[in-house]
Design a protein around this ligand. Structure first.
Ligand code: HEC
Ligand code: HEC
Length: 154
C-alpha cells in the first residue's frame, strides 16, 4: 500500500470511529425564534438529536407539550418546524421515530446511557435525563463528548 493510500485509510477509520456525540452543534442558521421560544424551559436541543418525523410530531402538538403549553404563533411554528426538519438526524442509526418524541427515549440514547444508574437520574441537580447540561458540561455548545462529562455528586 502506498503512503497516501494508507493516510486515506487511517483518516477514514478515524472518522468512522468518531463518536456521534462529539459534535452536535446548533446550526448557525437557527431562527431567532428557536432560542426565544424553545430554550426558556430547557436548553435549545440540537436538531440533529431527533428525526424529522419526531420533530414534525412534536411541533404539531405544542399545546400539549410534556404537561405544559409551549405553543407559538403560526408563523414561528412553521419557521421553527422547517428548520428543525432540515437539520434533523440523518444517519440511519439516529433517525428512528422517537417514542413520545423524546430524545431521551430513543434507543441510541438509552444505549449510550446504560451505565448511568437509576439513582443518578434522580439526583437534585439532574432531576431528568432531558437535563443534558447537568452532566454534559458543554451541552449548550452541542458537545456531548466523553471528555466533557461531569456527573454531579448530588
Ligand atoms: C413552557 C416550557 C417549555 C417550552 C416553552 C418548551 N418546552 Fe420542550 N419541554 C418542556 C418540558 C417540561 C419537557 C419535559 C422535560 C423533562 O422530561 O424533564 C420538555 C421536553 C422537550 C423535549 C424532549 C426532551 C427529552 O426527554 O428528550 C423536546 C425535544 C422539546 N421539549 C423541544 C421543545 C421545542 C422544540 C420547543 C419550542 C417550540 C420547546 N420544547 C419549548 C417544556 C417546554
Ligand atoms: C446523569 C448525567 C447525564 C445526563 C443528564 C445526560 N447524559 Fe449523556 N451521557 C452521560 C454519560 C455518563 C455518558 C457515557 C459516556 C461514556 O460512554 O463514557 C453519556 C453519553 C452521551 C452521548 C454519547 C457520547 C459519545 O461520545 O459517544 C451522547 C450523544 C449524549 N450522552 C447525549 C445526551 C443528551 C442529548 C442528553 C440530554 C437529552 C444527555 N446526554 C443527558 C451522562 C448524562
Amino acid at each position: 500500500m502506498k503512503l497516501n493510500q494508507l493516510i486515506v485509510l487511517v483518516l477514514s477509520l478515524l472518522s468512522a470511529g468518531q463518536s456521534f456525540g462529539a459534535k452536535m452543534a446548533i446550526p448557525a442558521d437557527a431562527p431567532a425564534s428557536y432560542d426565544a421560544e424553545c430554550a426558556s424551559c430547557h436548553m435549545a436541543y440540537p436538531p440533529g438529536l431527533l428525526s424529522a418525523k419526531s420533530w414534525e410530531n412534536l411541533m404539531g402538538n405544542l399545546g400539549k407539550h410534556f404537561g405544559t403549553d409551549a405553543s407559538v404563533d403560526p408563523k414561528m411554528q412553521t419557521e421553527i418546524t422547517q428548520w428543525l426538519i432540515k437539520n434533523a438526524a440523518t444517519r440511519q442509526k439516529y433517525a428512528e421515530v422517537a417514542p413520545e418524541n423524546r430524545i431521551t427515549k430513543t434507543s441510541w440514547f438509552i444505549r449510550k446511557h446504560d451505565e448511568v444508574r437509576a439513582e443518578v437520574w434522580k439526583r437534585a441537580s439532574v432531576k431528568s435525563p432531558a437535563n443534558c447540561g447537568a452532566c454534559h458540561t458543554d451541552a449548550a455548545k452541542g458537545s456531548f463528548s466523553e471528555s466533557n462529562i461531569k456527573i454531579p455528586a448530588k
